[in-house]
Design a protein around this ligand. Structure first.
Ligand SMILES: [Zn+2]
Length: 450
């Protein structure tokens, strides 16, 4: 049984899918006017791990994440660089997709874009106006929050409190200060024709429309960073309640933010750490371990120590993995006599699944990986172990690393390389250290990982 924390109810709940054995998941993607920074990469890595785990335990997963390719920031950027919005958004979609790959994320099933959904968005807004949930003022269209049942349900705020807390806006067109824009009249930047004149959609409508286009109804999980909970996700729910009489998703999941040495990371503070810059410094496995070492709902405070810790962790995992892999490749321990404790690996597998089934506790899952590392190191040292046990351990190791997205991608040795390694091991066993040193030198020169 998988349990997860549902931000909609603020409770740990048993996860039940709408369709049998199938998970429908949507995570809000980036606005494409720059590449992603480490804060944006946390949901990318975390929800990739979630989808991997669902697949591992046998679900079919449809994982959708959008690209917001219409936004004031994109228009501003295009103006600054003297190019079209399309050129800016296409450039960053390419770059961000490449960063997703560098982070070893499995490809999403669909990456919908706002510019490809304009007709659907206009029709959706039209329906909201017809239903009297939205109103038109001088070519702008606003959503009337007083028409949505339980507005603010996700962030747990009432309309009255929200209005009290809202900054007084210089916008007298709105009926309530917290009404939000569905369609914005504009004569600047990219724009489309609509029943209300030339303009472009506001940010909060795209996800609702694209989810419905792709899934044709409510989904299981809607995810994103904590910053999106209000107003973005509450506004998504409000529109879906008025339009479809549902709350989009049965489970809402939000990851905590990433701070930079105790401070909020922001471009104005100049402490933004770009995902690509970090990936130039460390392998993706270290990056992912650093993110997954902290349970996803907790804030993550980025410090060099944290990266160092993840780097040490990965080194230990990698060493154990390589020695097991090479042991099977080279040492040919076909005739083991020793019985290992049979349940050892089965228990570890169960513990790993249990950790992940408990609101995707990746930190505990990594602890189980280290228990496996210990077992593997013992197996490799044990001259009498059966080859089948080694194979089973390797299989389990592969499974754990795959779920966390930290596969080592170790290549098999060529027969010549195997020969060198096996001679080196022989020399070591015979305590012929001069010969062993000589062979070790060749191994190092050829960059053979053992
Ligand atoms: Zn969204």
């Amino acid at each position: 049984m998988i349990k997860l924390y549902n931000s909609l109810t603020n409770k740990i709940e048993e996860f039940k899918t709408i369709k049998d054995n199938e998970v429908m998941m949507y995570v809000c993607g980036p606005t494409v006017y720059s590449n992603i920074h480490i804060g944006n990469s946390r949901p990318v890595i975390f929800f990739d791990t979630v989808s991997r785990f669902f697949k591992y335990v046998g679900y079919k997963v449809t994982y959708v994440s959008n690209f917001t390719d219409i936004d004031d920031k994109i228009i501003k950027r295009a103006k600054e660089e003297g190019v079209s919005e399309k050129e800016i958004s296409e450039k960053y979609i390419r770059e961000i997709s490449n960063t997703y790959k560098r982070l070893n994320c499995l490809p999403h099933d669909v990456n919908p874009k706002v510019t490809e959904s304009i007709d659907e968005i206009i029709n959706f807004i039209k329906d909201l106006v017809d239903k009297d949930c939205a109103y038109v003022v001088d070519g702008d269209v606003y959503f009337d929050v007083s028409k949505a049942k339980n507005y603010g349900i996700l962030s747990g705020q009432s309309i009255d409190n929200l209005i009290k807390g809202a900054r007084i806006e210089q916008n007298e067109k709105k009926k309530n200060p917290i009404d939000f824009t569905l369609w914005k009249k504009t004569d600047e930047g990219i724009q489309w024709d609509s029943p209300w004149g030339m303009g472009r959609p506001g940010w909060h409508t795209e996800c609702v429309v694209m989810i419905n286009d792709i899934f044709h109804g409510p989904i299981d999980i809607h995810g994103g960073g904590l910053d999106l909970k209000f107003p973005h996700h509450d506004n998504e729910i409000a529109q879906a309640v008025c339009q479809y009489d549902n709350q989009i998703a049965n489970y809402w999941m939000h990851n905590g933010r990433i701070n930079f040495d105790g401070e909020k990371m922001s471009k104005s503070l100049g402490n933004v750490l770009w995902a690509n810059d970090l990936l130039d410094k460390v392998p993706f496995q270290v990056y992912r371990l650093m993110i997954l070492n902290v349970p996803y709902r907790q804030p993550l405070n980025y410090k060099d120590d944290l990266l160092q810790q993840a780097s040490n962790d990965y080194e230990k995992i990698k060493r154990a993995y390589i020695s097991l892999f090479r042991c099977l490749e080279v040492e040919k321990k076909a005739l083991g006599k020793k019985e290992v404790q049979k349940d050892e690996l089965v228990n570890l597998k169960n513990e790993f699944i249990e950790a992940m089934s408990n609101d995707f506790n990746t930190a505990n899952a990594i602890t189980v990986v280290f228990q496996l590392v210990k077992v593997v190191n013992n197996y490799v040292r044990d001259k009498n172990i059966d080859v089948k046990d080694l194979q089973e351990a390797l299989q389990l190791f592969d499974e754990f690393l795959w779920v966390l997205g930290i596969e080592t991608n170790l290549q098999e040795l060529t027969s010549e390389e195997k020969e060198i390694v096996s001679k080196w091991q022989e020399a070591r066993n015979l305590k012929d250290f001069a010969k062993a040193d000589e062979l070790r030198k060749i191994i190092n020169e050829r960059n053979i990982l053992i």
